[in-house]
Design a protein around this ligand. Structure first.
Ligand code: ZN
Length: 792
């Protein structure tokens, strides 16, 4: 027993984990997130543990431990720790801390391949360090042992063309997460070819550039180009079709004996291709294919009438039967009926008479401007090229237009004077910028683009609007209200029906709605901020009866507009800068810019201006000026609004035979005193609520009488097409609105309403006094009429 005790005591003195526990703290670093380590730990008493991440192991017995650290593969790279194996001793009672630090042990190689046609695989081999990789395109190879690799780029053949590639012979990959790079550039293998010509006159080489023979080359790699003779050409190897072109030297024409031949171009042999030419002994021939006379837009058959008394562009489409730099004379004769009134020399095509004159390129045609005074009702035109026969053409009959040389009538028509009265609008404390000197800025575009010849314009006395401040999307109806006021103003002024009232405003914003017009009635408003000429031309287009062409999300689009994207469809001409307008230019009646005018818009505007479309502008105003009642208002998204009426002295409106609405002046018991049918007018740019008809406006002067004067109590306006749609305005105790009148002339000078006026006698007197100092009389309306007798 004693011995046994001694042994027990001896053993206890060596190790006692319970009395002296030890611990292992293994910290693993340097691996990407999510990558597991492989750290195997073995130790005394059969201890064995595998760690995938940092760990604290306790208690362990003290003694010698061995760590074996395996490589880790993650994300295309190998990570290794150094050393990969270590033995460590843990003392009793101690905590051994050991840091396993991984580092990336392999690298990557980014191979960038360029110069091959799409779909053609590359062939790049990379060898070394016991590995072999093949790149068929740009690629990144990962997990490569560091070191030098040899690069082999194989030549290849694609569609009959050889390609060879260049790259460094060696590339070194380092252990890094950032790839080393290898650029491989392929290029097609080229052959060198020289063209030569036989059969051309001796001593003519070197030829001037424009007379040098050329051939069209079509071959591999989409080669399709004109090449000049006498120059060394490097071209991709492969099969070619060669189409030599005729050569003109002076007026002598040489044509190749073979129109087309095929050849294979090889490398690296320098090839010579000789083309035989022979002279065509007939002299050059010019032909006038067509003559077009345009003022803004024209068809090839001159079917769009000219406007008498306005500049026109004459273009003669003359073609040569061969390439030439000759620019012979051409002249046009202008007739008034049978009387020749002018001979005009044409500007020849810029680079010689072309083989194909191009409609869209002014410089490829003969042209001249026909001054306005020569554009007359009986306009007739003839054109002759090389009238003095300097070219010795054997065929002369095609030098005339029209064939036979008898002058051809070009339809020219009279349009009424375009009369504009600009109205400076004061609104929300800002005045529209329109002065006598500024008028031309507003008129300039319309002059060039619409069927307009004579223009008269003036600037009316300013008009104070009672409309709400203008909003970029007209959310508050300010534009609509303003237009309605201007419509009423035109009625009050008794201006001729064909006079365009154009109100100019200065909104507080710089982007957003810039104009509004009546369709088919010459009343519009536009801003003064920018593009004022283009905007005025657009709004006047509405006045000419046009709705929108389909571009730029314009509302109220004309479904009959013939070209997609509102394209004008024909080449236009701007007389202001003598520039052609491409056929894909959007129409002025669209919301897209820069704009020009289409045949569709131009001819309809012309018909409208000439008064053959039944429209309000064609409706006469009676000459009778007398006592009347101004009844005005509008339809907004199907809702009728009748503004307060005013007793005025103005031309009495003629009742409509094709009414859309009827006004009834009614007595206290609802008896109808006067019934007055009228036709409301469409608004251009407003977008009515879904299901509602177009927005409309009206302003009419109804005859006044003593009977009406003593009995009127309300005004009813009713839609004749849907009689349930009606609105009644009753006589009010206060004054919802007032008309400002010039004390001296009686002319209307503005409206005031809402918070600006009140029924209180004090404020009324204050208002009257305020405006009196400005020479204005305030005419109060109780809704159905104004008080007192209007001056005029
Ligand atoms: Zn518009």
């Amino acid at each position: 027993m004693f011995v046994g005790v001694m042994v027990a005591c001896h053993e206890r003195s060596l190790i006692d984990p319970d009395l002296f526990p030890a611990a292992l703290a293994i910290n693993i670093e340097g691996l990407p997130n999510g990558a597991d380590a492989d750290v195997r730990i073995s130790g005394p008493s059969g201890f064995s543990r595998t760690l995938t991440s940092s760990d604290f192991i306790a208690p362990v017995v003290s003694g010698r431990y061995s760590l074996r650290i395996g490589d880790v593969r993650s994300g295309g790279f190998t990570y290794a720790a150094s050393p990969a194996q270590i033995d460590i001793t843990v003392q009793p009672g101690d905590t051994l801390r050991y840091r396993v630090r991984f580092e990336v042990a392999t690298g990557a190689l980014a191979v960038q391949i360029s110069g091959l046609p799409g779909g053609v695989p590359a062939s790049v081999r990379i060898n070394g360090n016991g590995l072999s990789r093949v790149a068929n395109g740009s690629v990144i190879f990962g997990d490569l042992p560091p070191g030098a690799y040899t690069v082999t780029v194989d030549s290849l053949n694609a569609g009959g063309t050889a390609f060879k590639g260049t790259s460094p012979a060696q590339v070194t990959v380092t252990a890094s997460l950032i790839p080393s790079s290898l650029a491989v550039a392929y290029s097609n293998v080229q052959g060198v070819v020289l063209f030569s010509a036989t059969g051309l006159p001796a001593g003519t080489t070197p030829l001037p550039i424009e007379s040098r023979p050329v051939a069209r080359m079509q071959g591999p790699l989409q080669v399709d180009r004109l090449v000049g003779f006498g120059e060394l050409l490097a071209l991709p190897v492969g099969n070619y079709t060669i189409s030599p072109q005729p050569v003109t030297i002076g007026t002598r024409l040489f044509t190749p004996t073979a129109r087309s031949l095929t050849r294979t171009i090889n490398s690296p042999v320098r090839d010579t291709i000789a083309i035989a030419f022979q002279e065509v002994t007939t002299p050059i021939n010019l032909t006038i294919d067509n003559v077009v006379v345009t003022q803004a837009v024209q068809r090839a058959d001159n079917g769009i009438p000219l406007v008498i008394g306005r500049d026109a562009l004459l273009r003669a489409f003359v073609r040569a039967d061969r390439r030439t730099t000759l620019r012979p004379l051409a002249r046009a004769r202008i007739y008034d009926g049978t009387t020749a009134i002018a001979t005009l020399l044409l500007t020849p095509p810029d680079s010689g008479v072309p083989t194909v004159p191009v409609d869209a390129a002014l410089g490829t045609t003969y042209r001249t401007r026909i001054p306005a005074e020569l554009v007359r009702a009986q306009l007739r035109v003839s054109v002759e090229v090389d009238p003095d026969s300097t070219l010795g053409e054997s065929q002369r009959s095609d030098n005339f237009w029209p064939t036979g040389g008898q002058p051809r009538p070009i339809t020219a028509t009279t349009v009424p004077t375009f009369a504009v009265r600009f109205v400076p609008i004061s609104l929300n404390g800002a005045m529209g910028d329109i002065t006598a000197a500024a008028q031309e800025r507003y008129l300039a575009v319309a002059r060039t683009l619409w069927p307009i010849a004579q223009v008269t314009s003036d600037v009316r006395a300013a008009f104070t609007s009672a409309a709400p401040a203008l909003h970029p999307t007209d959310a508050n109806g300010g534009w609509n209200t303003l237009l309605n006021e201007l419509r009423a103003l035109k009625t009050l002024d008794g201006a001729p029906a064909t006079t365009h009232y154009y109100g100019v405003v200065h909104p507080s914003y710089a982007e957003g709605m810039f104009g509004l017009a009546l369709v088919g009635t010459p009343v519009a408003v536009g801003w003064d901020r920018r593009d004022v000429g283009t905007i005025a031309a657009h709004e006047w287009g509405h006045n000419f009866g046009r709705t929108h062409a389909p571009c730029g999300d314009a509302p109220n689009v004309d479904g009959n507009y013939p070209h997609i994207g509102a394209a004008i469809g024909l080449v236009g001409w701007n007389s202001a800068n003598d520039a052609l307008q491409p056929a894909n230019t959007p129409d002025i009646m669209s919301y897209c810019t820069p704009a020009w005018v289409s045949e569709y818009s131009y001819t309809r505007a012309l018909t409208f201006r000439q008064g053959t479309i039944a429209g309000t502008s064609a409706r006469p105003v009676t000459a009778v000026t007398g006592d009347g009642l101004l009844v005005w208002g509008r339809v907004v998204s199907g809702r009728l609004i009748v503004e307060p009426a005013f007793r005025v002295t103005a031309p009495i409106t003629t009742p409509s035979a094709t009414p859309t609405h009827v006004v009834e002046l009614m007595g206290a018991t609802g008896q109808v005193l006067v019934r007055f049918p009228f036709e409301a007018e469409r608004v251009s740019d407003e977008s009515p609520r879904r299901g509602a008809t177009s927005d409309l406006q009206f302003a009419v002067v109804i005859p006044w009488s003593t009977t009406v004067d003593s009995a009127i109590a309300s005004i009813r306006v009713q839609d004749t097409r849907s009689p349930l749609v009606s609105v009644v305005r009753r006589r009010a105790a206060n004054s919802p609105m007032a008309l400002l009148q010039d004390m001296r002339t009686g002319a209307a000078r503005g409206f005031i309403r809402g918070t600006d006026i009140t029924s209180s006698a004090h404020n009324t007197a204050q208002q009257e006094s305020k405006y009196r100092t400005r020479g204005l009389r305030v005419l109060w309306s109780d809704g159905v009429r104004s008080q007192g007798t209007p001056d005029h």
